[in-house]
Design a protein around this ligand. Structure first.
Ligand code: DP6
Length: 327
C-alpha cells in the first residue's frame, strides 16, 4: 500500500489558460508541452487504514491549505480504484515550489503514479491507462499535470467530459534543451487557478484566445511532426505572448513578468535574430524558459546567466515520463 514515484515538471509551448469546468478542473483548451528533465518531484503515497483524512507533507511541511485539491484528486482515485483508505502523501521538489516552475504538474503526476503503484493498479492487466485514466485523475489536481505523465513532448487534448494525453515525440526523437532563468525564488501571489478564473470573467481578450486556440495547437503539432524548430519558435512565442495579453488585460491585472523576465525575453529574441536556435516561453510567474537545440545550450546558458537579475540557471535535456522508483 506504499509506493514512490518521480515526475518532472513540464512547460507548455501551446498553453492553456482557463477552465471549461471549474468544479471539475477541466481545461478549456488543449496544450502541447516539453517535459523538463533537469527538475524533479519525488512523491510517496501510503494508504493507511488508521488515517481519518489525507495528509500532505510538502518539502517537509504539512500543508492544511492544499488538502482540498489533494483530497479531490485522491477521492477520484479512490472511486476509480474501489479503495476507501486515506493516504499519507510526502512530496519533495528539487526546485522552487509555486514560483511558475510547474511544481503542481510534476507533483500530481508523481502522486497518481505512486498511488496507482501503491494499490497495485499499474500493471498491464489491472492497470489504469496513463493517457486516459491517470491523466483524468491527475488533472483534477492540476490541469497541466497529465502532460508530466509523459516524457519528451506531450499533447493534452480536451474532450467533452475529460482529458486524453499522449506523447508526440520522445527525447531521443527530437532532442531539445531547456534553460530556465530563475528570476525569483518567491511564491507567486496569485495562483494559476484563481488567475485564469478571473481572466475568463474579465479579460476582453479571453474569448479571442479560446477562439484561435485550436489553430495554434494544430500548427504546434505540425511543427513537432516536421521537427521544424524555427516555425515552432515563432509559434510558441506568439502563443505565450497571447496568453500574457489575456493575463495583463484581466481585472485586476495579472502581470507575472518582472523587469528581469523582460530583459531575458529581449536577450533570447536578439540571439535568435543572430541565428541561434532558441525561443522563450513564460508561464504564470517571472521565470523564463528558453528552449534551444542542444548545440546552442552553452551559448544560451551563458547569455541568460549574464542578464542582470538572473539568480541562477537550471539547464537540461527533455525528461522522461513519470515513473515508479520504489514500492
Ligand atoms: C500558464 O495547470 O498549473 O502554466 O489546474 O490550477 O493547477 P491548476 O493550473 P495549472 O495552470 C497552468 C497554466 C500555465 C499554462 C500551461 O501550463 O498550459
Amino acid at each position: 500500500m506504499r509506493a514512490s514515484a518521480i515526475a518532472h515538471p513540464n512547460v507548455a509551448l501551446i498553453k492553456y489558460w482557463g477552465k471549461k469546468d471549474a468544479a471539475d478542473n477541466l481545461p478549456a483548451v488543449g496544450s502541447l508541452s516539453l517535459t523538463l528533465g533537469a527538475l524533479s518531484t519525488e512523491t510517496t503515497v501510503e494508504f493507511d487504514p488508521a488515517l481519518t483524512h489525507d495528509v500532505l507533507v510538502l518539502n517537509g511541511h504539512e500543508q492544511p491549505l492544499e488538502q482540498g485539491r489533494l483530497t479531490a484528486c485522491m477521492d477520484a482515485f479512490r472511486a476509480f480504484a474501489g479503495c476507501d483508505e486515506f493516504a499519507a502523501v510526502t512530496t519533495v521538489n528539487d526546485f522552487p515550489t509555486g514560483a511558475g516552475l510547474a511544481s503542481s504538474a510534476s507533483g500530481y503526476a508523481a502522486l497518481v503514479t505512486a498511488a496507482s503503484a501503491a494499490l497495485g493498479m499499474d500493471h498491464r492487466e489491472s492497470g489504469l491507462s496513463p493517457g486516459t485514466d491517470l491523466a483524468d485523475i491527475a488533472r483534477i489536481g492540476s490541469g497541466s499535470a497529465p502532460r508530466s505523465l509523459f516524457g519528451g513532448i506531450a499533447l493534452l487534448s480536451i474532450e467533452e467530459r475529460g482529458t486524453n494525453c499522449r506523447q508526440l515525440a520522445t527525447p531521443a526523437e527530437w532532442p531539445l534543451s531547456v534553460v530556465v532563468a530563475v528570476t525569483t525564488e518567491d511564491k507567486k501571489k496569485i495562483t494559476s487557478r484563481d488567475g485564469m478564473a478571473q481572466s475568463r470573467l474579465t479579460s476582453p481578450f479571453y474569448a479571442a484566445w479560446i477562439h484561435d486556440h485550436a489553430d495554434d495547437l494544430n500548427a504546434g503539432i505540425r511543427c513537432v511532426e516536421a521537427r521544424d524548430f524555427f516555425a515552432l519558435a515563432a509559434l510558441a512565442e506568439h502563443n505565450c505572448l497571447k496568453m500574457h495579453s489575456v493575463m495583463m488585460t484581466t481585472q485586476p491585472a495579472l502581470l507575472y513578468w518582472s523587469p528581469v523576465t523582460l530583459a531575458c525575453m529581449h536577450k533570447v529574441m536578439s540571439l535568435r535574430a543572430d541565428g541561434v536556435p532558441v525561443f522563450f516561453t513564460v508561464d504564470a510567474g517571472p521565470q523564463l524558459k528558453a528552449v534551444c537545440l542542444p548545440d546552442a545550450l552553452a551559448n544560451v546558458t551563458a547569455a541568460l546567466h549574464d542578464v542582470p537579475g538572473v539568480l541562477r540557471i537550471i539547464a537540461g535535456e527533455l525528461g522522461g515520463g513519470a515513473s515508479v522508483v520504489r514500492r
